[in-house]
Design a protein around this ligand. Structure first.
Ligand SMILES: Nc1ncnc2c1ncn2[C@@H]1O[C@H](COP(=O)(O)OP(=O)(O)OP(=O)(O)O)[C@@H](O)[C@H]1O
Ligand SMILES: [Mg+2]
Length: 633
């Protein structure tokens, strides 16, 4: 039921989410995956209420309608295909009906005359019906499959597109693994309901109409025997579907928890080896895996009950009909062919009935997955475009903060209080301060990962909220505290934010960032492929590639969060001219504890517990630099 989707791709894309907007991966709280976290999608108690068959049918219908209302719009480009597929499947059912009719004709013909003459004519028609049925079945299945796969792709793209707009907050609450599970397995379950599920349901319903109609046309009195047994089948479906609904929600949540554990355990293998905690990790994984296994086994047992139950009912129906049929034949009111045809129709009738029952069970599982996807889609981005928003990017980079207050959602004591300062074009402002003071937090307000709770931030005199998000982010180059390396070559990584950069410009940026030397020594130079997070590079090398990436991007405001982390004294000294050159043409906000950078600064500001404080230069124990010390402004 769960084929393995491109999970690696999804994990990579999710991991990279931090990078496109230069999200500060280190500063974001570690994706922590408590088992309960993944299970939070509080699926409604849709079918928990006890009640009649009608109540179950209502609950299933409601689930189905909600799924459809939510996801049906995404089938738009494939609706014509789905309609044709439905038509083909109906044709196939009609061909089957005709075939059985001819079958009973042949049997009667043989019984009456015993000659081959009575065989040939219906046999020819039978062959024709069989061929039509076969072609229609194949084409219908192929078309449904195509619509199914395309819907799957569209739903995943759509959900990921939304995910990309969500704030760091969302990613702090949900572990990567759980999100991967949602974008892979859960999406498949929904698909099985919305696109192919709907076609199958309709095709089965039409088949029931055909075969049921034939049964009633042949002998309505015998058909009533079957109708009498139907409530039993519905009752079985109802009981199973209620139990399965609850199990499915547990199963989806548990699956998310397992993926999350796996993701974290694999990502931290290095740490667990260093601390000798492999057994603990293996045990954690085993426990989550066992829980999942338990739920899956219960699910399997329940699902396995359904086919034999309906088979038993079918047997009862067929035997009842044969018994009554024998009586009718002996009384001369029914032919052998008529009875054979009737019994065959019955066999055909139970197939689609069973499928409809199965689909009712699928709806309940799909509901759990639908809720998990809906939870993602219903999370609004924290910041959105105002309308009308300016399409013009900032040109000068004049950054002004006035009375800015900020607290992280749900964490009132954190953040910034009454921060005001200005960075002018051509000016370099150094922001220092103890760990946890709120420096990186400040950088997150500039590309609007978050908005201030009070006060104003303007760029070239325009409130940040009056820019379109994409133009705003194009106006700012942010070097996050933690260097992010993506799968791809060194050159790809440097050109990440500037896709049109020439090779010469890439080399130039690398040289300015002091990366040139070590890149030349890599096996394939700029064409060396780096893995996700760049495991084959040293911390300082990763930092320099990230710095080159920032250098290459031409934007009026440059924000560098601890650019010299992991660099030795000499590299820092080598970096200074490049930083100075880079800062000269634009407004630069440089966050650093590094006194070596202070001579570069036109202004030094110190942040402490979210507030700007005075006398920064003394605290940094500076040799009096050649530049004027400017206070808090
Ligand atoms: N997503 C978040 N939710 C709640 N609180 C947060 C979040 N991110 C950071 N904080 C808190 O905000 C405060 C400021 O964090 P920030 O990362 O801005 O510090 P910093 O000055 O950059 O420190 P460092 O020099 O160590 O990088 C800290 O107390 C931190 O715990
Ligand atoms: Mg920081």
């Amino acid at each position: 039921m769960h084929s393995q989707p491109p999970t690696a791709y999804a994990a990579e894309a999710l991991g990279a989410l931090g990078a496109p907007d230069a999200l500060d991966a280190l500063d974001a709280p570690e994706p922590d995956a408590p088992e309960s976290d993944a299970g939070e999608s509080d699926a409604g108690e849709s079918d928990a209420e006890p009640g009649s068959i009608a109540a179950t049918a209502r609950a299933a219908r409601r689930d189905f309608r909600q799924l459809l209302a939510r996801f049906w719009p995404l089938t738009a480009p494939d609706r014509a295909g789905l309609a044709v597929a439905l038509l083909l499947l109906v044709t196939a059912a009609a061909a089957d009906t005709v075939a059985v009719w001819l079958f009973s004709d042949i049997v009667d013909g043989l019984a009456d005359s015993g000659g081959l003459a009575a065989f040939w004519a219906p046999a020819r028609w039978w062959v024709a019906a069989a061929v039509v049925g076969a072609v229609a079945t194949f084409a219908g299945a192929a078309l449904t499959g195509r619509a199914t796969e395309r819907f799957l792709l569209r739903l995943r793209d759509h959900t990921f597109g939304h995910l990309q707009r969500l704030s760091p907050d969302f990613f702090a609450k949900h572990s990567v693994g759980d999100l991967v599970a949602r974008l892979s397995a859960d999406i498949e379950v929904i698909e099985s309901m919305v696109a192919s599920g709907l076609v199958q349901l309709l095709a089965a319903a039409v088949s029931v109409l055909f075969f049921g109609g034939a049964v009633f046309l042949l002998r309505w009195d015998l058909a009533l025997v079957v109708v009498a047994l139907l409530p039993l089948l519905l009752l079985a479906t109802r009981r199973l579907s209620r139990r399965l609904g609850a199990l499915s929600r547990d199963e989806r949540a548990s699956n998310g928890a397992l993926t999350a554990r796996l993701e974290e355990n694999i990502a931290t293998v290095g740490l667990s080896q260093a601390y000798g905690t492999q057994a603990r990790h293996a045990d954690q994984l085993h426990r989550v895996g066992r829980r999942w296994m338990g739920i899956r086994l219960a699910q399997n047992r329940l699902s396995a009950l359904y086919p034999p139950l309906s088979d038993l009912l079918e047997t009862a129906a067929v035997l009842g009909v044969l018994g009554m049929g024998a009586w009718e034949i002996s009384a001369g009111r029914l032919t052998v062919g008529g009875l054979v045809g009737f019994a065959t129709y019955l066999g055909f009738l139970f197939g689609p009935l069973q499928r409809i029952g199965d689909l009712v069970l699928t709806v309940t599982s799909a509901r759990a997955s639908g809720d998990r996807i809906a939870e993602v889609l219903d999370t609004p981005p924290l910041t959105t475009d105002r309308s009308p928003a300016s399409r013009l990017p900032a040109r000068h980079g004049l950054l002004q903060l006035a009375g800015v207050d900020f607290a992280y959602p749900g964490a009132p004591g954190t953040g910034l209080r009454d921060v005001s300062f200005t960075v002018r074009p051509g000016e370099l402002v150094l922001l220092a301060g103890p760990s946890g003071a709120g420096k990186s937090t400040l950088t997150r307000l500039l590309p609007r990962y978050y908005d201030p709770t009070a006060g104003r931030i303007t760029l070239d005199g325009v409130d940040l909220r009056d820019y379109r998000l994409d133009t705003l982010r194009r106006s700012i180059t942010l070097l996050p505290q933690e260097a992010t390396i993506l799968t791809g070559t060194v050159a790809d990584n440097i050109a990440y934010g500037s896709p049109h950069a020439t090779p010469a410009a890439i080399v130039e940026a690398a040289r300015a960032a002091g990366a040139e030397e070590f890149i030349r020594e890599l096996p394939k130079g700029y064409r060396t492929r780096l893995g996700h997070r760049g495991p084959q590079l040293s911390g300082g090398q990763r930092q320099r590639i990230a710095l080159a990436r920032a250098f290459l991007r031409d934007s009026p405001l440059l924000v560098l969060d601890e650019p010299t982390t992991g660099l030795d004294r000499r590299s820092v000294t080598d970096l200074l001219p490049a930083l100075r050159a880079l800062a000269s043409g634009r407004a630069t906000l440089l966050i650093s504890h590094d006194v070596a950078l202070v001579p570069l600064a036109d202004t030094v500001l110190t942040l402490d517990r979210g507030r700007l404080v005075e006398s920064p230069r003394d605290e940094l124990a500076l040799p009096t630099a050649g530049r004027p010390a400017v206070g808090v402004g």
